[in-house]
Design a protein. Structure first.
Length: 188
């Protein structure tokens, strides 16, 4: 009888321990953005007026490492850069698709460290010169790499996230650094 009770308890604990986490999330975010390096003078600094994200990160509570896929669209306004000629703000539209890993180095099953990398498209309302050549009139559309490191925190079916992201890696586009804060509804 003791063995039967022990087997039932072990089976119940194992099943309870491996609960699935919400695998999908869709939400909004905002954040601060700035040009990086030589592009700090070109595009200035500003904020994301609104951003939307959708992510897929299937995992269970017994796994410490999982994967993540995220699509994000961001509308930004940057001030104080040399690229603003007509309007007081440089308006940007950015879209990125990233793939990464989620790691849970601590004991809580509701907080994950994320590392992502992928591709980004950036479009601006005014041309942005990407070199120190005075003859470079600039471009309005750019394609390059993007990388981010962040923290996902679940509170029931709501996921709060904070990310530091670096964009236009290995491209002729303007390098940028951003701090993003978001909230998403998580579900199956």
């Amino acid at each position: 009888m003791r063995r039967l009770v022990a087997a039932v308890v072990v089976t119940w604990c194992a099943a309870a321990h491996a609960e699935p986490m919400p695998s999908g999330a869709i939400g909004i975010f905002t954040g601060a953005i700035s040009g990086s390096g030589a592009d700090a003078k070109r595009i200035g600094a500003g904020y994301y007026q609104i951003g939307a994200q959708a992510s897929w990160q299937p995992t269970t509570t017994d796994r410490r490492i999982g994967w993540t896929l995220r699509w994000a669209t961001m509308f930004g306004a940057l001030y104080g850069g040399s690229a603003q000629h007509i309007e007081p703000a440089l308006h940007t539209l950015q879209m990125d698709l990233t793939l990464g890993v989620r790691v849970r180095p601590w004991s809580t099953v509701t907080r994950y460290l994320t590392l992502r990398g992928g591709a980004e498209i950036l479009r601006s309302n005014e041309p942005i010169a990407t070199s120190n050549d005075p003859m470079d009139a600039g471009h309005r559309a750019f394609f390059g790499g993007v990388a981010s490191i962040g923290l996902d925190q679940y509170l029931g079916n709501v996921m709060f996230d904070i990310d530091v992201r670096y964009g236009m890696i290995g491209a002729s586009g303007p390098a940028e650094l951003a701090l993003i804060i978001g909230v998403a509804f998580a579900g199956p």
